[in-house]
Design a binder for this molecule. Sequence first.
Ligand SMILES: [Zn+2]
Ligand SMILES: [Zn+2]
Length: 376
Amino acid sequence: MSKKDYYELLGISKGATKDEIKRAYKKLALQFHPDRAPEEKKKEYEEKFKEISEAASVLADDKKRQQYDQFGHGSLGSGGGAGGPGYSGFDYSDVMSQFKSGMFGDFEDIFDHLFSGGGGNRKGARGQRGDDLLYEMEISLEEATFGTKKTIPLNKLERCDACSGRGAHSFEQCHHCHGSGYLKRTQRTPFGLFQQTGPCSECQGRGEVATDSCEVCHGERVIRRKKEIEVTIPAGVEEGTRLRVRGEGGVGSHNGPSGDLYVGIRLLPHKIFVRRENDLLLTVPLSFTQAVLGDEIEVPTIDGKAMLKIPAGTQSETTFKMSSKGLPSLHGSGRGDQLVKVHIQIPTKLSKKQKDLIVQLKEEKASKSFLERIFG
Ligand SMILES: [Zn+2]
Ligand SMILES: [Zn+2]
C-alpha cells in the first residue's frame, strides 16, 4: 500500500465530495492509464495509476474514508477482522485484470465498479443507456419554410411502469454472490492463476433475484407500446437536419436511461421551386412582346401569388430578385430571396398578320438593332 496522502495524490481537498473524488480520479486515471504510457515510462505510469486507484477506492468508500481520515494508512489493508464483512484493502490486480481482459466495456464500467467498492452495493449490473434511434421524415418545401408539427407513430419497447422496470415486485438477495452482483473466477492458465471478477451469472449482476413476476410485463421489464410523438419541425429546416427528441430512443437495460430519438429530415422535391440554401429558384416563361414592351406578371411564391415587374427590353435568362420570399434562416433571422429567371419564348408559328407586323418592325430603323439580335 502506498503511504502517500490520498487527498494529495488525487489533488483534492479533505472535504471533497464523492463527485469531486470521482472527477479527480477519472481525469488522472485516463492520464496515467498504463496503456497510454510511452514505452520508457511504463513502470512510472503503472505505479501512479496504482496509487491513484488505491486512493480513489478508499476515499470513494464512506467507511474506508472515515477510517482513513481518523487513523491514516495504518488502519487499512488488514482484512475485515471481527468487524464488517469483507473489509479489505485495495485489490489492484483485480482492477488491472478487468482492464486487460476487456471484461468491462468501457472506462465508465470499471470506474463504477471501483466506486461501488467492497461495500456490498448492488452495482454489478450497471444500467446501460438505450440505443439512439433514427427516424427518417420527409417533409415538403412548404413545411420546411413555415415549420410544422408532425406526429411520429412509434411501436417501441418501453420500461414497464408497473414494476419500475424491475420485472418483479419482490426480491431476495442472491445466494450466489451474496448480494454483491460480482463473482470472482479463478482461471488456471499456463502462466499461472488468474483471478477475474465478473457479473454474477445467477442474478446477472443485480445482486438479487426475483421471487415473483410482474403481471404486466411478465418479468420482461419492458413492454411494447404504441406511441405517438409530436415533433416540432422548425422553419428553415434543411435536408439532413437531425432533430433530437430526448429519451425517446431505445429503452436502457438494467434501468439505464433511454437513448434519444433522432428525426432525420429529408426534403421532398418541389414541383415549381428549387431550393438553394435559403433562396428559392424559379424559371418563368416570358413572351417576346412582354420582354420587348415590359409587363407586370403574376408569379408563384411560397407565400402565394405575387406580382413581378418586367422592365421593357428584358433579355432572356435575366434573373429578378424578389426579396424575402425565400426560406427563413434556421439559425439567424430574416428570409432568403426568390430568384426568378425569365426565359423568353420566341414564337414559332405566326399568322400572316403577325408576320407582316414583324417584318414591318424589322424595317423600322429604331428597332433594327434589337430585332436583328433576335432574328439574326
Ligand atoms: Zn448473484
Ligand atoms: Zn413489469
